[in-house]
Ligand binder design. Sequence first.
Ligand SMILES: Cc1ncc(COP(=O)(O)O)c(C=O)c1O
Length: 342
Amino acid sequence: MIDLRSDTVTVPTAGMLAAMTAAPVGDDVYGEDPTIAELEARTAALLGHEAGLFCATGSLANVLGVAQHVGPGQEVLCDAGAHIARAEMGAHGALTGVTMRTWVTPDGRVDPDGVAALLAPDAGPYLVSTACVALENTHNFGGGTIQPLAALQAVSTLCADAGVARHLDGARLWNAHVVTGVDLATYGALFDTVSVCFSKGLGAPVGSVLVGSAAQMATARVLRKRLGGGWRQAGLLAAACLYALDHHVARLADDHAAASAFADAAREALPVGSPARVAEPGTNIVVVHTGGVPAVEVAARALAEGIALSVVGARVVRAVTHLGVTADQARRAGEILAPLLG
Ligand SMILES: Cc1ncc(COP(=O)(O)O)c(C=O)c1O
């Protein structure tokens, strides 16, 4: 089985497991876990923020981040394919009571003019006021799309001028950083809060960190506990994240090369005249438009051939490369998939 459903399917390496078992730990609800403290401080420093908060998931980090800026009955603007809008089980509406208005973009790339057209920071007595703009880099459902730095800067300035907060869902910000060479702190400086994940391409079993100001992280810590997300000797998990920071960031380039190998092989093997289309991956995610065949059918055919993919739209499947898949396996998966697309 070549499992390309997501970069979340990895299992800890031997080195990571050794780091986990060697970690000094304590009760984090009492603020006594030194490994968690180290991860929070290190991640905050990398992103140029004052403080961090270790969370079980990216979804939790996003909920806590957005809730720093948006109250019940206010809105967060994001794109229609954003993870906070399409996934996370509607947590932002269900738990924080926010509303969302969205712009539409085919590959997740942000258009500052589109954001400007929606911004309504002081919408008066009967319209919903915008409290936050949330961006995603890289963009998952858009196909691992890297947001151009100039567009991020434009949106950031737009929001600052309007007095609107900025949250970045940076679950895969590492991937953008590795491709562009843009410093994590340069990205971080454009946002009030940033969430990053260690359990995607970085290969840790669990863990995300939210960064922002010390005051925001103190508030987020209380809310995390209220939601049942306070944890105790979770330094065992933070150690995996620290190990991933040291050993698994630069190697993301291998995942990007494997994604290109998959896409190239699939394109080359597509039957002549096939309406299917394989998008060019910017990082480790390949979006495949299945043309005339429903995505669930393509995924079932692929599974029968030993290739696991995700269905992310009626006629869209997704392949994601990660540290459990070699470039050769990815290439082979592309060759196997193409004829199944019809
Ligand atoms: C862009 C993005 N943000 C947030 C998340 C949520 O992460 P988690 O699954 O840890 O809640 C994901 C998960 O795949 C994601 O792709």
